[in-house]
Design a protein around this ligand. Structure first.
Ligand code: C2E
Ligand code: CA
Ligand code: CA
Length: 628
């Protein structure tokens, strides 16, 4: 545990040493060593030193001094305090001086005065304060001079001079040593503080006070080195970027601080929480024992993070996705592998609709392996040769004719054979390779569309990555220009993922496409995370109502009402609509009753190769003519 809190560090730049206690610690070590020498001396003195004519006063005082010294040694060992050290200093110096005086008094010999003189520097040096050093010197000098009293005047004056010199030397030495000690002490305290500061800043996130990425990785490695089970989770906020874009970075910081606080409160002591960077947080959960326990925890985390956030003047609404993985006690796994799994689960959580938690399992493991193989094949493929397109009509049931074809990518890999679009598009999106595939596919689609009647549009899917990268948008613009195909007959289908990831960047990309005259459709509308402000802020021409609503049609009445209100919403905002995934005649009739106009789905046609389009349109023409 770090000794210095982040708040302390941020509050003061200069270290403020708590000198009194630390000084007493250092001085005590010094002083007790002196006491030990004195104890050794008085043990020998008590046992062996005898003076003729002494009835026993000297050994008695020596023994008393010895016991007092031992007592004070223990007293100081108990606790380091300046008061204790000072008290010890006064009493012990007095006793030591008394021993010398008694000895001289019992048997006077001039040389014995040396004993008192020797005490002068010794006591001055070991004194814990200048005050003590002065008083000890005064006591010693008084003893010394009282013993020299019966010398002749000249010798006595010599003694005064010697005593004076002795005390000056003692006090000077004591002052120098104590100031050196103090300097060393301050330097040590400052170094400790700076070390703690550096350690704190290196391991803590300064905005939220949570552990940072480095501390998190250290923690994971520590747990992996032990037979310990835990859940590792990655949390990502959905819709955080728009908060930064719309309300500014200070608002973003407020949200992040609140997220940290909510995580602390929800996970408590049974978790290690950290901020990896941006709006990404990581949690190690120790408490859940199985996936059912985990689900409870995970749901609580997602729910608490999805509550509104109080900004200065308004509330911000966002949600959070959680991807998690389990480390069993006996599982041999690296930290990066665990993170990769949690990240995979997080990606899926985001894809499934946001605001949910996903736990990595066996099927994900298989998928990762397959995705890696797909990714490798994607890197090595010849896009021109291996990629093709299938086209699915969008049908206007009022006019009774096809108004557009949606181009859907198909890949017949030389290595892997036919790879389903869901799989390779997902792999290409994750790896970023999609931005290389898009221009190839678009060029092919535009070439096919050149042959269509002029009232039929081309609908083309773009990924979030295409829209978010200005370079990718430029390539798309170039392909459209180079094709000579009227841009007003192109409709780019974009899912909301792009807008949630980075709204202003997405807005820029979309604007460049619509400025060129292309139409914009919001794909998979209503599935998962939907925010009407997106429709408001970018120019959307069409909403493609997700297939999931059509699937609900047969199951409950509400689906019908929801579809109806979505169609009305589109009408009110001057947007067209397309309802995806219509498979049966019953669905078609229900949708017609709900006011639907444009439908797409297997009922009209499955996606077809370009070569079938002419025949399909001819059949459609024939039926319309027959009806007339
Ligand atoms: P999407 O854009 O939602 O395309 C519609 C998907 O629904 C297509 O799947 C289509 O075959 C399928 N579908 C159409 N009608 C029905 C129906 O009546 N019932 C059912 N069950 N499904 C229907 P597909 O071709 O497998 O494409 C899957 C996804 O892959 C697309 O979903 C789109 O997100 C992506 N994708 C396809 N081509 C491209 C592309 O060129 N670029 C990008 N970025 N993504 C693409
Ligand atoms: Ca689409
Ligand atoms: Ca769709």
């Amino acid at each position: 545990m770090l000794k210095v809190s982040l708040a302390n560090i941020l509050a003061s730049d200069t270290p403020e040493p708590s000198a009194e206690h630390d000084l007493s610690l250092i001085l005590r070590a010094n002083f007790n060593r002196f006491l030990l020498f004195a104890i050794a001396f008085f043990t020998v003195n008590t046992l062996f030193y005898r003076v003729a004519g002494d009835p026993g006063y000297i050994p008695a005082l020596s023994l008393f001094t010895l016991l007092t010294l031992i007592g004070f040694w223990l007293y100081n060992r108990q606790k380091a305090s300046m008061f204790r050290l000072e008290l010890t200093g006064y009493i012990c110096s007095t006793l030591l001086v008394f021993n010398g005086i008694l000895d001289i008094f019992m048997e006077y010999r001039p040389i014995k005065l040396m004993y008192l003189l020797l005490l002068l520097p010794a006591l001055a040096l070991t004194a814990v304060r200048l005050k003590v050093s002065l008083i000890a010197s005064l006591i010693t000098i008084s003893g010394f001079l009282s013993a020299a009293w019966h010398f002749d005047r000249a010798s006595f004056l010599d003694c005064v001079w010697v005593a004076f010199c002795g005390s000056v030397v003692g006090i000077a030495l004591s002052t120098i040593i104590r100031s050196t000690m103090l300097k060393a002490l301050h330097a040590k305290i400052a170094a400790d503080l700076h070390r703690d500061q550096a350690l704190t800043l290196a391991t803590y996130d300064s905005l939220t006070g949570l552990a940072n990425r480095r501390a998190f990785l250290t923690e994971v490695s520590t747990h992996l080195a032990q037979p310990q089970s835990f859940f590792l989770g990655l949390v990502d906020l959905d819709g955080f970027k728009p908060i930064n874009d719309i309300y500014g970075h200070a608002a973003g910081d407020t949200v992040l601080t609140q997220v940290a606080e909510r995580l602390r409160q929800t996970c408590g002591d049974t978790a290690f929480i950290s901020r990896l960077g941006g709006d990404e947080f990581a949690i190690i959960l120790y408490k859940p024992q199985n996936s059912a326990d985990w689900q409870v925890c995970a749901d609580a985390i997602v729910a608490v993070l999805s509550r509104p956030y109080q900004l200065e003047n308004e509330m911000a609404h966002l949600s959070a996705s959680l991807g998690s993985t389990f480390r069993a006690m006996d599982m041999e796994v690296t930290a990066s592998r665990l993170l990769e799994r949690a990240d995979y689960a997080l990606y899926e959580a985001k894809e499934r609709g946001r605001g949910i938690a996903v736990l990595f399992d066996r099927t994900h493991e298989d998928l990762i392996r397959a995705t890696k193989a797909v990714e490798q094949a994607l890197r090595a493929m010849d896009g021109q040769k291996e990629l093709t397109l299938a086209f699915q009509p969008q049908y206007d049931i009022i006019k009774g004719k096809t108004v557009a074809f949606e181009a859907l990518a198909r890949w017949h890999s030389d290595r892997l054979g036919v790879v389903p679009p869901d799989m390779f598009i997902r792999a290409a999106e994750r790896s970023g390779l999609i931005t290389g595939l898009t221009p190839i596919l678009l060029e092919k689609a535009l070439q096919v569309a050149q042959d269509w009647p002029t009232d039929i549009r081309l609908a083309f899917n773009l990924s979030a990555r295409d829209i978010l990268s200005p370079a990718a948008v430029s390539r798309i613009v170039d392909v459209v220009h180079a094709s000579g195909f009227p841009s007003s007959r192109i409709e780019f289908e974009i899912t909301e993922t792009a807008m949630i990831t980075d709204f202003s960047q997405a807005e820029n990309g979309i604007k460049r496409l619509s400025d060129m005259g292309c139409r914009i459709a919001l794909d998979d509308f209503g599935s998962g995370y939907t925010n009407f402000s997106h429709i408001n802020r970018v120019k959307v021409d069409t909403v493609k109502i997700d297939r999931s609503f059509v699937l609900e049609l047969g199951r409950n009445d509400r689906a019908m009402k929801i579809i109806k209100s979505m169609i009305e919403l589109a009408d009110n905002l001057d947007m067209e609509h397309v309802i995806e995934g219509v498979e049966t005649e019953t669905e078609r009739l229900q949708l017609e009753a709900a006011g639907a106009v444009n439908l797409q789905g297997y009922l009209f046609s499955r996606p077809m190769p370009e070569t079938d389009i002419a025949a399909y349109l001819a059949r459609e023409q024939a039926t319309t003519t027959a009806k007339l």
